[in-house]
Design a protein around this ligand. Structure first.
Ligand SMILES: [Zn+2]
Ligand SMILES: [Zn+2]
Length: 292
């Protein structure tokens, strides 16, 4: 309780130091940038380390091509792929995400998004973020599925699929129309409930973490999907980039399961499991015959 009271005092001091417009727009954009690039940074460092390659889902990501002998320095071609993605995403952020925040700001204001006291309770904070994530996942599923129809895929979504083995920064590497179109699924939940600014920032941070994590290309021992099976994670979305179809949801697995668009992925998991069992059995048989 003392922590809540301390944070309320801190929040009051912080929010009275800036104009409401600056808080709701420029700070919201800063939170987005901080979360997106901040979450990506550890993955970018992993991409340059040989140690983490054992958990990489595909081998041909930049800096991880099988031809690459060095782990610290990117080969020229991979460095080009990396910088092309980073600069394109940074331009998308400045010229699309920021204007989107500015345009939707009056709407959020009308819906009741405030930065005043009292702050939302921890329960309200968590429940509202979960609600927004579920709404986003549902809208993203149908939007993403629509982007895989021939015309929309060819002229819009193909850009995002240029990276068949994605890495963290690829998350928002997309055609400007796609950024706006799928960006609507991100703001759908907040537009329904008009959350407190603090909840909105919390949701934005989780959403940035989730999309960068799904594109990271790593299935790490501590990845959320290992202990929370409803979360698809990189394993699920990596398969989408590899095969160009199925696994359309952004965060959870229930939408693809409900509408049968995860069949190819589940089959690939079964095959990988059977392959692993065969390899272990073979290894045991070899060691057993050697002992005899
Ligand atoms: Zn796609
Ligand atoms: Zn993707």
């Amino acid at each position: 309780m003392w922590l809540y009271a301390w944070f309320e005092r801190f929040w009051l001091h912080f929010t009275t130091s800036f104009s409401p417009f600056t808080l709701h727009t420029l700070f919201t954009f800063a939170i987005h940038e901080f979360a997106y690039w901040g979450v990506y940074l550890p993955y970018a460092l992993m991409d340059r380390s040989k140690f983490f390659r054992r958990w990489k889902l595909q081998e041909n990501t930049y800096g991880y091509s099988s031809s690459s002998k060095q782990s610290q320095k990117l080969p020229k071609e991979d460095a080009q792929k990396f910088w092309r993605c980073v600069l394109y995403v940074a331009a998308n952020h400045v010229f699309l995400v920021l204007p989107l925040i500015l345009v939707t700001h009056p709407l959020f204001e009308k819906l009741g998004t405030t930065h005043g006291l009292p702050l939302p309770s921890l329960r309200e904070f968590i429940v509202q973020i979960l609600f927004c994530l579920f709404v986003e996942d549902m809208c993203f599923y149908w939007g993403h599925r629509a982007l895989h129809t021939p015309w929309l895929y060819r002229y819009i979504h193909a850009i995002h699929h240029q990276y068949t083995a994605p890495f963290g920064a690829v998350a928002e590497f997309a055609h400007p129309i796609e950024v706006i179109f799928l960006g609507m699924s991100t703001v759908a939940g907040p537009l329904i409930i008009g959350p407190h600014l603090l909840t909105l920032w919390g949701y934005l941070m989780v959403r940035c973490w989730q999309t960068v994590d799904c594109h990271s290309g790593y299935d790490l021992p501590w990845s959320l999907n290992r202990w929370f099976p409803l979360y698809g994670g990189a394993r699920q979305h990596d398969h989408h980039h590899k095969t160009y179809s199925g696994n359309y949801a952004s965060m959870f697995i229930h939408m693809d399961w409900l509408f049968g668009t995860d069949k190819a992925w589940r089959l690939s998991l079964q095959k990988a499991k059977a392959k692993h069992v065969r390899a272990v059995a073979q290894e045991l048989a070899v060691s057993f015959s050697a002992e005899r």
